[in-house]
Design a protein around this ligand. Structure first.
Ligand code: FES
Ligand code: FES
Length: 158
């Protein structure tokens, strides 16, 4: 299988990946060690593979890796470390919005994109921003509460 080299920025670090011409971005990123990205439906309908691509949340299973040359990617690994969690990661643990956790990285990436552009979203806006991130076990109430809670923390509200 023919491979090509792509240069991209992942979580603010310059990276060079060698990818197969028919490989999808989700697989190339996971092979490069970004295992926080999950692979669910593999057809663009569950949101488990969501990453930020040039600042916008996108399903990485629908992007040919070879087309990602020059892209800036943010994965869940770019949000926080286990000893220094992002407020979104902290809040979803506090509200109990994680069960199996498979949908969590994609959900948090979509939420992160929302809070970057809108630091004080209402519940409808939170729902709309995350409606492509399906969860089959926890449901949505605690997750949506977590986004509200994180937004408050990030704004410094009590
Ligand atoms: S695995 Fe990409 S949208 Fe489901
Ligand atoms: S927590 Fe299991 S799919 Fe959402």
């Amino acid at each position: 299988m023919k491979t090509i080299e792509i240069k991209l920025k992942i979580n603010n670090e310059d990276k060079i990946l060698r990818v197969k011409i028919n490989e999808r971005l989700v697989d190339a990123l996971r092979a490069a060690g970004y295992k926080g990205i999950k692979k669910g439906c593999y057809e663009g309908s569950c949101g488990a593979c969501t990453v930020l691509v040039n600042g916008r949340p996108m399903n990485s299973c629908m992007i040919p890796a070879a087309s990602a040359d020059g892209f800036e990617i943010t994965t869940i690994e770019g949000l926080g470390e286990s000893d220094n969690l992002h407020p979104l990661q902290e809040s979803i643990l506090e509200t109990g919005g994680v069960q199996c956790g498979y949908c969590t990285p994609g959900f948090l990436i979509s939420s992160y994109a929302l809070l970057k552009s809108n630091p004080d979203p209402n519940m409808d806006e939170i729902k709309r921003a995350t409606d492509g991130n399906l969860c089959r076990c926890t449901g949505y109430v605690k997750k949506l509460e977590a986004v509200e809670r994180a937004a408050k923390k990030m704004r410094g509200d009590k």
